[in-house]
Write a protein that binds this ligand. Structure first.
Ligand code: ZN
Length: 76
C-alpha cells in the first residue's frame, strides 16, 4: 500500500468518528489503529466500510482484538 494514501485513509476514517469502536473512548490521531472489522484473512474487503478506529497501546482494544482473533481462529 502506498504510504501516503494509507495516512489519508486513516485520517478520513478517524474524522468520520474519532472514537474507539469498542470502548467508545475519544482518541487522538496517534492513539488508534485502523482495524478491519472483518479481518482480511477472513475475506473482509479492504475498503472504508470495513474499517474502524480502535484505541492502541499495551491495554488498547486493537491489541485485544488482534489477540482474540489469533486465539479463536483454531476453535471455530
Ligand atoms: Zn478502545
Amino acid at each position: 500500500m502506498n504510504g501516503r494514501r494509507g495516512v489519508e485513509r486513516r485520517k478520513r476514517i478517524w474524522l468520520k468518528d474519532p472514537h474507539c469502536a469498542n470502548c467508545g473512548r475519544l482518541v487522538a490521531m496517534h492513539q488508534f489503529e485502523l482495524d478491519h472489522i472483518v479481518p482480511l484473512h477472513q475475506g473482509g474487503p479492504d475498503e472504508d466500510g470495513n474499517l474502524q478506529v480502535l484505541c492502541n497501546g499495551p491495554d488498547g482494544c486493537h491489541d485485544k482484538k488482534t489477540r482474540e482473533e489469533g486465539g479463536y481462529r483454531d476453535r471455530r
